[in-house]
Design a protein around this ligand. Structure first.
Ligand code: MF3
Ligand code: CO
Length: 261
C-alpha cells in the first residue's frame, strides 16, 4: 500500500499545523498534562529529582508515549528538574533531594504518535519565603499576560514584550538568550520565541502555529552560565532564584487553545 506523503505547510520558516495535526498534538498534550498532574500530587520534601525522573519515565511509557528529553541531543534523563538558582535544563540526580523552602521547575515533554508537546510548572516545597513565592507567582502570571496577546495577525513580539513589561513591573528580569519555540511535529521548530523582544517585532501569528510560552524570570540579573561539567544545567550568574512556567499554545482563527499546561 502506498501512503500519501506527509506534507508540512509553512509560512516563511514557521510550520502551520493542519486541524488533524493539532488534534495529534492535543492528544500528546493530554498525556503530558497527566504526567505533570502526577508530579504535582506527589512532589514533596525528601523526594530526589531522580525519583521525579522515574515517575515521568514510567508514567509516560505506561501511556504508550516517550519522554522527549531522553537522549535528546545527549540529554541523559526523561525530564528537566531545575531547582532554585537553576534557570532550566537541570538534570535529575539521586543526590539532589528536595527540602522545605526549595522552589523547583519540572519541565515535561512528550512524544506520542509522532506529535510533541511541552509544558512545565513550578512547585514550592513546604513553606517557602515570601520572596520566592512572589517570583513563582509572577512567572505564572507572566504566561497568562503573554496568552492575552496570542491572536492571529499580530506579531509574536507583542506577546514577548507584554511578558517583559510585566516581569519588570514586579522587579524581576527576563532571560534574553534562551526562549521558547515552535513545537508539534518536532521538539523544537521555528519560530524562536523571545520574551524580551520589542513590540511589533517577529513573525506574524497565523492560525495553525503552535509554540511554547515559557519565559524564564530571574529575581536578580538576567545573566546566566552553563555548567561546564555536564554542558546542560543553566544557572543564574548571581546565584539568585529563577522561575518558569510553560504552556504549549495553538493559534486559532479566534484567539488560542492551550494544548498542554
Ligand atoms: N523542555 C525544554 C523546553 O522547554 C527542552 C529541554 S531540552 C532537553 O524546550 F534536552 F533538556 F530536554
Ligand atoms: Co519548551
Amino acid at each position: 500500500m502506498r501512503r500519501k506523503r506527509k506534507r508540512i505547510m509553512k509560512t516563511g520558516n514557521v510550520p502551520v499545523k493542519s486541524r488533524s495535526q493539532i488534534d495529534g498534538i492535543r492528544e500528546s498534550g493530554r498525556i503530558n498534562t497527566a504526567v505533570l498532574d502526577y508530579v504535582q500530587q506527589n512532589i514533596r520534601a525528601g523526594v530526589s529529582t531522580a525519583e521525579i525522573d522515574r515517575w515521568v519515565y514510567d508514567l509516560t511509557t505506561d501511556m504508550g508515549a516517550v519522554p522527549a528529553p531522553l537522549n535528546y541531543e545527549g540529554f541523559p534523563k526523561s525530564v528537566c528538574t531545575s531547582l532554585n538558582d537553576v534557570v532550566c535544563h537541570g538534570i535529575p540526580d539521586e543526590d539532589e533531594v528536595l527540602k522545605e523552602g526549595d522552589i523547583i521547575n519540572v519541565d515535561v515533554s512528550t512524544v506520542y504518535k509522532g506529535y510533541y508537546s511541552d509544558a512545565s510548572r513550578m512547585f514550592c516545597i513546604g513553606s517557602v519565603s515570601a520572596d520566592k513565592k512572589h517570583l513563582v507567582q509572577t512567572a505564572k502570571e507572566a504566561v497568562l499576560v503573554g496568552l492575552m496577546e496570542v491572536k492571529p495577525w499580530k506579531p509574536i513580539g507583542d506577546m514577548g514584550h507584554a511578558i517583559h513589561i510585566y516581569a519588570q513591573s514586579q522587579g524581576y528580569s527576563v532571560v534574553e538568550e534562551i526562549g521558547g519555540h515552535g513545537v508539534g511535529l518536532e521538539f523544537h521548530e521555528e519560530p524562536w520565541v523571545s520574551y524580551t523582544a520589542p513590540k511589533g517585532s517577529g513573525e506574524i501569528l497565523v492560525p495553525g502555529m503552535v509554540f511554547t510560552i515559557e519565559p524564564m524570570i530571574n529575581m536578580g540579573t538576567p545573566d546566566f552560565y552553563i555548567d561546564e561539567e555536564n554542558g546542560w544545567t543553566v544557572r543564574t550568574a548571581d546565584g539568585m532564584p529563577s522561575a518558569q512556567w510553560e504552556v504549549t499554545v495553538a493559534v486559532l482563527e479566534r484567539g488560542y487553545e492551550i494544548l498542554t499546561h
